[in-house]
Design a protein. Structure first.
Length: 267
């Protein structure tokens, strides 16, 4: 049984991510139109809303896949709006995708070994003149990768090609790769989509375990049962704007949220 999430925002908690007045239009379509919210450190937050409400576009704007036309994204007080994805990741703000993006022709273990940030072996100088340094780092990464694979139940698959994994195993691999980057904030885009209930529970348990280890989460999720069970805080988007924030229990009492999302009605 998965334990329930927290009871909303803690007094005096530290803001890790702040989104203010975020805007992104595609022609005449207002995909994100003034979205604003904050995410507190050490919490699991969800971004929910009807289809077309701007959830994935918002994640892409935060992660650097898209440039906002207006607004601010601050991570730990640093404005990262408009930075490239690798620059955002360099702040240890890591994202996953709706569709798993494993390196199919590499083994499961190799997928994890390429994930840590700022590896010494990426610089030719270190390879040529500091071989001991990068080899020691590689051994440390190997030990870490094997431990992470064991935690995620993928150790037995370590030498298999990632492209041969099942859909559920690819979901786990995606999360395991993100963990190898030692994230402070993990953006998960529909992590429960397309997987069976047993695996949904496993992914949820991993998220809770990582939260307890200090990782902050913002996840886009349609499974409201999971949102209610594990999330401390929920942000509702509608038509690209923030409609409401709070716990799921609070949002179920909000008539605007019920009309716009929970019953599938109009805003």
């Amino acid at each position: 049984m998965i334990a329930a999430g927290g009871n909303g925002r803690s007094p005096g908690a530290r803001t890790l991510l702040s989104v203010e007045g975020l805007v992104r239009h595609f022609g005449g379509v207002r995909a994100v139109d003034g979205a604003s919210f904050t995410i507190e450190e050490g919490t699991i937050s969800a971004l929910i809303g009807p289809n077309g409400s701007g959830k994935t576009t918002t994640v892409n704007l935060i992660a650097g896949a898209l440039r906002p036309q207006a607004g601010r994204v601050a991570f730990d007080g640093v404005d990262i709006a408009g930075r490239l994805p690798h620059q955002v990741a360099g702040h240890r703000l890591i994202r996953t995708f709706q569709i798993s993006r494993e390196f199919a022709a590499m083994t499961v273990l190799e997928n994890l070994m390429v994930s840590p940030l700022h590896q010494s072996g990426e610089r030719l100088w270190n390879v040529l003149f500091r071989p001991g340094r990068y080899r020691a780092e590689e051994r440390a990464h190997l030990e870490q990768a094997l431990a992470v694979l064991d935690e995620f139940g993928l150790y037995a698959k370590r030498d298999d090609y990632a492209g041969n994994l099942s859909g559920g195993q690819k979901r786990l691999l995606e999360l395991a790769r993100a963990v190898m980057a030692e994230p402070r904030l993990l953006l998960l885009d529909e992590p429960m989509a397309g997987i069976n209930p047993a695996l949904t529970d496993r992914v949820a348990e991993h998220v809770l375990r990582l939260r307890d280890a200090g990782v902050t989460f913002l996840l886009v999720e349609h499974n409201l049962e999971i949102v209610e069970r594990i999330c401390d805080h929920v942000v509702v988007l509608a038509l690209g704007s923030t409609l409401a924030t709070g716990t799921m229990a609070e949002l179920r009492q909000d008539e605007a949220v019920v009309r716009a999302y929970l019953t599938g009605g109009g805003a």
